[in-house]
Design a protein around this ligand. Structure first.
Ligand SMILES: [Zn+2]
Length: 707
């Protein structure tokens, strides 16, 4: 709910302008509240996050004995503190897990936001116990969430110093403030708290957390505005300060965010042990053309860059962010929408270094990319940003959560071999992590998901994402009903409209549906419409209550081929249907997955099935080949054959060297193998049926193979 001074081409709908009421996304949101968030409340106790707040209070009330400096330079670089040395649990950014959970609670408790109408309002006004509950499981979830939030905020008010400083690690350890900003995550944690406070204020109307957040932000302004005293190694504070500016109208928060954006790239972060590219501190943001280094840092930073550019009307700054986004999506992004080609440094790789098996694709990176793309959508109104948000949402992000909502991926590769291990970890979803950034990040996005459905500008209500729910903007309310993404039919009904005034409803047409003419039915009258160049179908009229629109999107399954420069997946193909990327899991195949190839370009058969651990889904199948290893070459990872004699030197070649025609070098045909059917399920549903191999990109059988 930004103030009227907030600038954007498109505006998010003011609360409670959108909500989900049915379908897949609504199911994810309800699962989040019923299973994931209670698990977070439990884990914040088990992992010691809440105890750390008590440690900080005790250290402040009775100054602690001097403690040894925490850990080696390397462990500091990873943010990990050997707890025995300082009595502190977990990494230095443990507070941020609490804050992300509080943010999820803020969105979840919004009375008219994500909740069904027949649910009672949360007991916001109730006086709540001083101690957080020791378990979030059982009892009425809203009451537990509200109780947890109130008790935790009360604790945080006691942790916060009179000058506004707030950080349990620094206060518990006695280490000096802001002395190691490259690794201390102090502003990163501050940013997450500010975001939590805004969510709680917007969701519940409660101001207690906002009071703490404003004291904290005022402290940062006092300490750092106009100064060159360092930069936090982990961006996030930038977006938080801009949102606090939007919430309060206090320009000093916007100006500090702008200052921090401009200061990055001048080596102010200090030594993290990973180099300056890791922290995006090697080059000013206005000069940088590509994403490098730690992915989550890079993407949170660019979300902040976009926010600053939007709120200061700085088109040059915005253009640099858009250029990096284009570059990233074109050459540094997995088909799932995930980012991070390297485990080392959790980082971006080179252009077209997009390995399916070694992709890191941290869940937080998917969330950060989603948030950055949303800001670019607000700033420009261009469909490609909403397209990418959808790709992330249904694939790279959704795959991080199991069917039951109680296990999570930190790393999201596009291939897992049957014998996969990373140290002692077989690469399956886990309940929690020592560095638990991802699970509560998932929770805050799912709890706020309805806010990303639509925007408004002047007399236009634009719907970017399709789900069953209600959106209100530009004096219009629209009810959406759909079984998307399983079905391409989207029904819109207008229950209320502003009399005789004309209003525009704009509907995004995804790129995979843009080839066919659109079929739109308005009050029973069908029309065929070309897809507009900007892929927003605009319907303008004086809407009357009861008006109905039906839009049909073409979800026909399709074959997807990689860029030829993406070496790791050359010769492979993938399968998609609507917004869903598909994957091949061992459980659905008749032979070993690593011995299968597929015949691209053949029809893809759809079948609705109910699978154990997954539920009802749509499988896709195509003809393939089972090609077991050749016993003659067993024992070597390659096969050699004598090269044929070169043509005589005097014979001129009619074709360029890279277009060897019929007379060019002969490529040995791949063995045809046995005909089989190869079957895929949506990628987001993988790893719900036990361990086993999985791949999104699958080798294409030789096109010359008999059908
Ligand atoms: Zn994470």
């Amino acid at each position: 709910m930004p103030t009227s001074s907030a600038i954007a081409v498109q505006h998010p709908l003011p609360a409670p302008g959108a909500r989900l009421t049915g379908g897949l996304l609504y199911g994810w949101q309800r699962r989040n509240a019923a299973a994931s968030m209670p698990l977070a409340l439990h884990q914040l106790v088990v992992a010691g996050n809440l105890d750390n707040l008590e440690l900080a209070i005790r250290a402040t009330d009775a100054p602690a004995a001097p403690v040894s400096r925490a850990g080696t330079a390397r462990s500091r670089a990873n943010g990990v503190i050997p707890s025995a040395e300082v009595g502190y649990y977990g990494p230095v950014f443990m507070d941020s897990d609490i804050y992300k959970t509080l943010e999820a609670i803020g969105w979840e408790l919004a009375p008219a936001g994500n909740q069904p109408r027949d649910r009672p309002p949360p007991p916001n006004q109730e006086r709540l116990p001083a101690q957080p509950p020791r378990t979030g499981r059982g009892s009425d979830p809203d009451r537990v969430f509200a109780s947890f939030a109130a008790a935790t905020i009360e604790l945080l008010a006691r942790v916060q110093r009179p000058d506004g400083y707030l950080n349990s690690y620094i206060q518990a350890s006695g280490e000096p403030r802001y002395a190691q900003l490259a690794t201390s995550h102090e502003w990163y944690c501050d940013g997450h708290f500010i975001q939590a406070a805004i969510a709680l204020a917007r969701g519940t109307g409660g101001q207690e957390a906002m009071d703490i957040a404003i004291r904290l932000a005022d402290h940062l302004v006092k300490e750092f505005a106009g100064q060159r005293k360092g930069l936090d190694g982990h961006p996030l504070i930038e977006t938080a300060l801009i949102e606090l500016y939007r919430e309060t109208g206090t320009a000093a928060y916007r100006d500090l965010a702008a200052q921090l954006v401009e200061q990055r790239g001048h080596g102010l972060t200090g030594d993290s042990g990973f180099g300056y590219r890791y922290l995006q501190d090697h080059l000013p943001v206005r000069e940088r053309t590509t994403e490098v280094g730690h992915v989550v840092r890079a993407l949170y930073l660019d979300a902040g860059v976009t926010d600053v550019a939007t709120e200061t009307n700085d088109s040059q700054l915005l253009d640099t962010s858009r250029q990096r986004w284009d570059d990233m999506v074109a050459s540094k992004t997995s088909l799932s929408g995930g980012n991070g080609s390297r485990h080392e440094g959790e980082s971006f790789g080179d252009h077209f270094e997009v390995p399916p098996d070694r992709a890191y694709n941290e869940t937080c990176a998917a969330i950060a990319s989603f948030q950055w793309s949303w800001r670019l959508l607000l700033a420009t109104g261009e469909a490609k940003y909403a397209d990418h948000m959808e790709r992330i949402l249904f694939n790279g992000f959704a795959a991080a959560i199991n069917t039951d909502g109680n296990r999570f991926f930190y790393v999201n590769p596009l291939q897992r071999r049957v014998d996969h291990y990373e140290k002692d970890d077989p690469g399956r979803r886990r309940e929690w992590f020592k560095t638990a950034c991802c699970p509560p990040n998932i929770m805050r996005l799912l709890a706020s998901l309805h806010h990303y459905l639509a925007t408004s500008k002047d007399e236009t209500l634009t719907i970017h994402q399709y789900a069953t729910g209600t959106v209100t903007g530009a004096d219009l309310t629209v009810e959406l009903a759909t079984n998307y993404p399983w079905d391409g039919e989207i029904a819109l009904r207008v229950p209320s409209a502003p009399g005789t005034a004309e209003r525009e409803i704009a509907l995004r047409v995804p790129p995979w549906s843009a080839a066919a003419p659109l079929v739109v039915t308005i009050n029973g009258s069908a029309e065929r419409s070309p897809v507009p160049p900007d892929r927003y179908l605009r319907l303008r009229r004086a809407w009357r209550p009861g008006d109905e629109v039906r839009l049909h999107l073409d979800l026909a399954p399709r074959w997807t081929y990689p860029d030829r420069r993406a070496d790791a997946v050359r010769g492979c193909v993938a399968v998609e249907r609507g917004p869903l990327v598909y994957c091949f899991e061992q459980a659905d195949q008749s032979a070993r997955l690593d011995e299968l190839a597929i015949l691209p370009g053949t029809p893809l058969a759809e079948r609705t099935v109910t699978l154990p651990g997954i539920g009802t889904t749509i499988q896709l199948s195509a003809p393939g080949r089972h090609v077991p290893p050749d016993p003659a070459t067993a024992g070597a990872g390659w096969t050699s054959r004598p090269a044929p004699p070169a043509p005589a030197e005097s014979a001129p070649s009619a074709a360029p060297a890279d277009q060897a025609g019929p007379s060019g070098p002969a490529v040995p045909p791949a063995p045809d193998g046995r005909a089989v059917t190869v079957t895929a399920i949506p990628y987001f549903q993988w790893d719900n049926r036990g361990p086993g191999a999985m791949r999104v990109w699958i080798p294409a059988a030789a096109p010359s193979s008999p059908g």
